[in-house]
Design a protein. Structure first.
Length: 271
């Protein structure tokens, strides 16, 4: 049984808790220790667990893109950070905590991935702590597919793949293409060209910090409004997490969530 649980991403601590909390049944009998499993055994694991979170909730509007008993996908607004950075301000995590409080859900606040402060769009939360390792593994093995929309300076006329290593810039608080960095792969496809700007679709094969921004700057097509890797403008950094897809851990069905391009990006393309 422990081998099966390990194979399905339950940690040693979680395996112990499942047994101590009497959440495992084999052939309808509660199991509190490791046993041999046989071909026709019925294994039941109760992963549903009410848990309080220790974040101070904020009651603020939240756009829900998808929700069930296991996951929550929301639209992160621009100019907002996902989690606490020491400033004790408004974070998406605290707004999600407020939503859970308002809807009487006792869930931990566990974002599976993050977005930069000025990037809008899909953020995935796991509402059951026993299933977070499943999503962490899915991120690591590229089973969670994320598609971004970006507006860049100049014209990109054809699809391309940028495969350049990314490392920390020792002389500034940012990242750069570096032969000593880690592997990073971004797939680009142009969608619309207008007013010397190109709206592109980006698929991440890896998930490095600032990956899209660094890669686009490296081919002389920085994001509009990216003052760190390009030039500042009247617009924020024009990057949006447009879609998110994953295999549901319980139903094993593919879930795909779409977050339409925001108004400020449409206005940017028209200006």
């Amino acid at each position: 049984m422990d081998e099966w649980l390990t194979k399905h991403f339950f940690s040693k601590k979680q395996r112990h808790l499942l047994k101590m909390e009497k959440r495992i049944r084999v052939n309808h009998q509660i199991i509190t220790h490791d046993i041999h499993l046989f071909k026709k055994d019925l294994l039941e694991i109760n992963c549903a667990k009410e848990e309080k979170n220790d974040l101070e909730p904020i009651d603020q509007d939240l756009e829900i893109l998808y929700e069930d008993d296991i996951v929550l996908v929301v639209n992160k607004p621009i100019h907002m950070i996902v989690h606490e950075d020491g400033s004790h301000g408004i974070t998406l995590d605290r707004i999600v905590a407020g939503y859970f409080q308002k809807t009487h859900q006792l869930c931990p606040i566990r974002h599976i991935h993050r977005l930069d402060q000025d990037t809008s769009g899909c953020i995935l939360y796991c509402k059951q702590s026993y299933l977070q390792p499943y999503f962490d593994h899915a991120i690591k093995t590229k089973q969670i597919r994320r598609t971004y929309l970006a507006i860049v300076q100049g014209k990109i006329s054809q699809a391309m793949t940028i495969s350049k290593k990314i490392g920390k810039d020792r002389h500034a608080n940012r990242f750069r293409v570096s032969s000593c960095g880690v592997e990073a792969v971004t797939h680009l496809k142009p969608l619309t060209y207008k007013n010397d700007k190109t709206l592109i679709e980006c698929q991440l094969e890896t998930g490095r910090t600032h990956q899209i921004r660094v890669h686009l700057s490296s081919i002389s097509h920085p994001l509009i409004g990216d003052k760190l890797y390009g030039t500042a403008s009247q617009y924020r950094c024009m990057l949006h997490s447009y879609s998110l897809s994953f295999i549901h851990p319980l139903t094993h069905k593919k879930i795909e969530v779409i977050c339409e391009m925001p108004k400020d990006m449409r206005l940017c393309m028209e200006s």
